[in-house]
Design a protein around this ligand. Sequence first.
Ligand code: F6P
Length: 469
Amino acid sequence: MTSESYDFVVVSNRLPVDYEPDASGGAAWKPSPGGLVTALQPVMRAADGVWIGWAGKAGLDLEPLVADGMHLVPVPLSADEVELYYEGFSNDTLWPLYHDVIAQPRYHRVWWDSYVQVNRRFADAAAAAAAPDATVWVQDYQLQLVPGMLRERRPDLTIGFFNHIPFPPYGIYSQLPWRTQIVEGLLGADVIGFQRTADAGNFQRAVRRLLGYQTRQTEIHVPGDPPRTVIAKAYPISIDSASYEELARRDDIQARAREIRADLGNPKTIMLGVDRLDYTKGIGHRLKAFGELLEEGRVAVEDVVLVQVASPSRERVETYRQLRDEIELTVGRINGDHSTIGHQAINYLHHGYPRDEMVALYLAADVMLVTALRDGMNLVAKEYVASRHDDDGVLVLSEFAGAADELRNALLINPHDIDGLKSSIVQAVRMSTTERRRRMRALRRRVLERDVALWSSTFLGELEASRRR
Ligand code: F6P
């Protein structure tokens, strides 16, 4: 554990880099997956703080390190804890529960016990790294008990919490056997941030129903000695928009985009999906819609290709294994039914790619399909928009992604309505240049103005103000 102390501490389940032992017995660090890291990395690079998190492999006990200009403190997890706390309680209980029970959440007491134990370890690590009166910013659903645990140990700290995923309506949340403990854990924070106003409202309702505390607008009155006021409010997360635009303007990346188009046979329309391979992302709904459009002859395989990047995720959780089988079966069927020797209907890529390659793909894609059944924000939608400095491209966006609250000029769709989704895909493919530009310009104004720097400064500004309350 670190002996240094810092005025600013970020705590998240994962560090921004995963530890990858190489064949020669040495060590390498690889960027870790997901929107949380994408958003927080620029914030941490700009701050002289420390990031506390897991290095992505079981049984590692690593020393603090500096990587990419950031101070990192790895928190160890045993193989059992990866299974019970991470794969179990975090990703087989909370994840499906918080995403509107798209998959059935499983409730196991041993998973909960491990969640408590691991949250305590993260809280201890944060308490050890935080200087007197420091600011600690805890991230996401894996660590909801940490704010309460930290407040008990270190009442001098100012504590923020940000939930990157949705917070469900009370009718769903109330299934959780440990619903009261989680709410109490979160209320250890001074400011609790959510992606959407609806999420903050859902949380406040849970507080009223479970604890009977009074709430007024964004304030929650927590009785005690002394009583405290906790803020629960929406702070929609974003990306480092300028850096995406900068990459997209680079000659080599534009050349790579042209190369991708040529490799795909220079079709009239390239459609793109980019997701972690997760059942919340509506990949199956997207494939169904595309398959039916090909079947009905409303799009032709010679004209339209779908590139689907599905990066591997949580592969030891059974629901994710089943999803992979389902998706790959569907891709195989659609390709078998519709591809020709010269034209493949779906180009399916089960890999993660570096940011340069992603930006080239965004530039190459005429239509971006984001069809999530439920998503906290969906930063891929914002990355696509930020990359389109040419004011071209069409974003088809699920109204169930947090991003839909902001990106009103996208073609908004309900992914459960397959006919509606098909019509929107056809509309996107046929959209006039004038309309594409009008919509993309409006989207870009929003994404470039409201970037991740604004998100973090707004949240941290509110946290700072809470010191004076
Ligand atoms: O943003 C949601 C989130 O679960 C992050 O907390 C996480 O880092 C990312 O998605 C990727 O998931 P995982 O860490 O389980 O691979």
